[in-house]
Design a protein around this ligand. Structure first.
Ligand code: GCO
Length: 445
């Protein structure tokens, strides 16, 4: 039995609406493994992991948490925590190995089992179509730099919805298009590993366009399920009061946040960012912009930390003296409250959902237990920060702790652990950490 600490006082599930969605989140490439089983085609992450020096520990998602085989025990785990909602993604190349053409029935059968397993346990299904793992065969045809990829994505989305849509509580098109565009095409630290700003911006336009095309197609197909998109967002503060830093912070907010939010809501790219980009801006038509701005049921917000902007070296760590996680990210729950309030004020989506929130810390397994007090406190204080936004009238209706499991942490490999549940990568044994037990206790009220 965990002790009710002082800080916990004043926070309980009963302070949230009874239909508030409490979940945990994962993504396919990070947990599934089984990279070449049952007809799965390679994704850009399989390829990227093979490039020397790209992944900190030289690893890949070939085995990961082997969720492909251990899914039943993972669903039991979710149920045992009393969690009512599960956000996960489909590996596109598992269900359509080339990203176009033939469907892979064995791949669909895996998600059929998974979804049936969730439904039978009373866990709501929150499905993401694209969590970064584009089929490699589409990359070879240009990937997100090609408009044709948008058409392929729509066909994939419609097929997934035809099979699973009515059993999903929500369907999300893309997870964090900024990450795909900028980390993948401008900084080259994520797949597919390009280093060109023009490429990044073109990819971002095709991601947004394919989102709008897919939402329209899913609605036209009669899908009633809630539809949305998930963005990585943080308040961005100027590192100093200098006018140069203040305008840099405004521009950075433009590149990370407004570049995605303005088209989704207002059907236009922010003019200041277009001016800044100059010839790196993508070509687009008025029709594209109308397509992107489809009405959505919710915006998913992934929040981990806040950011600072300065005209100095962007990688200089701006130390505030606050605690930082193993990623070097400042723990700043108030940033989530501010972000949710700002999003509501500026964009007024019908609903906002915290679709990812969590922290990497170095965990110590001692006597079969992981006493991850800092992660417990992180999750608790961000739930409290979510409540603070709701008290200011922001329509937030969901919180997903991320991640359910320690997993393949992209370019960090297995060195960073975000899980509420510890995974021993030798034995694949799952052990709920103290944070998971806290979440269970919180959910039990
Ligand atoms: C993202 C990432 C996350 C993280 C997660 C822990 O969408 O930002 O994919 O899923 O990797 O925080 O695994």
């Amino acid at each position: 039995m965990l002790m009710q600490t002082k800080e916990q006082q004043g926070l309980s599930r009963s302070q949230f609406p009874t239909d508030f969605i409490w979940g945990v989140a994962t993504s396919a490439y990070q947990i599934e493994g089984a990279h070449d089983l049952d007809g799965r085609g390679p994704s850009i992450w399989d390829t990227f992991c093979q490039e020397p020096g790209k992944i900190a520990d030289g690893s890949s998602g070939q085995v990961a948490c082997d969720h492909y085989h251990l899914w039943e025990q993972d669903l039991d785990l979710i149920a045992s925590l009393g969690v009512g909602a599960y956000r996960f993604s489909i590996s596109w190349s598992r269900v359509q190995p080339l990203g176009h053409g033939a469907w892979n029935e064995a791949g669909f059968a895996f998600y059929e089992r998974l979804i049936q397993g969730l439904v039978s346990r009373g866990i709501a299904v929150h499905l993401t179509l694209n969590h970064w793992d584009l089929p490699q065969a589409l990359q070879e045809q240009g990937g997100w730099l090609e408009r044709q990829t948008c058409e392929h994505f729509v066909r994939y989305a419609v097929e997934v919805a035809r099979r699973f849509g009515s059993r999903c509580a929500s369907v999300c098109t893309h997870n964090e298009p900024w990450v795909i565009a900028v980390l993948g095409h401008e900084l080259g630290v994520f797949a597919p590993g390009f280093k060109s700003r023009a490429k990044a911006m073109l990819a971002s336009h095709h991601l947004l366009l394919s989102h709008g095309m897919a939402v329209r197609a899913l609605r036209d197909a009669g899908l009633q399920t809630e539809l949305g998109i998930v963005l990585n967002l943080s308040p961005i503060y100027p590192a100093s009061d200098s006018p140069a830093d203040v305008s840099k912070a405004r521009l950075d907010d433009g590149l990370v946040a407004r570049w995605y939010l303005d088209p989704l809501v207002k059907g236009q790219y922010p003019q200041d960012v277009l001016d800044h980009l100059g010839s790196d801006a993508p070509a687009f038509s008025a029709e594209d912009m109308r397509t992107i701005a489809q009405p959505l049921d919710y915006l998913g917000v992934n929040y981990y930390t806040r950011n600072f902007s300065s005209t100095g070296n962007p990688w200089d760590v701006h130390s505030t003296g606050n605690e930082v996680t193993d990623m070097g990210w400042e723990v700043y729950p108030q940033g989530l409250t501010e972000l949710l309030c700002r999003l509501h004020q500026d964009y007024a989506f019908p609903r906002l959902r915290v679709t990812e929130n969590g922290a990497a810390f170095k965990d110590v397994l001692a006597d079969g237990a992981i006493n991850d007090e800092r992660r417990e406190s992180y999750v608790r204080e961000h739930i409290r920060a979510t409540k603070a936004a709701m008290e200011q009238g922001v329509p937030v209706d969901a919180y997903f702790a991320c991640s359910l499991l320690d997993n393949f942490e992209w370019a960090s490999g297995y060195e960073k652990r975000f899980g509420l549940v510890h995974v021993d990568y030798q034995t694949l044994k799952r052990t709920p950490k103290r944070s998971a037990l806290w979440y269970r206790q919180f959910l039990q009220g």
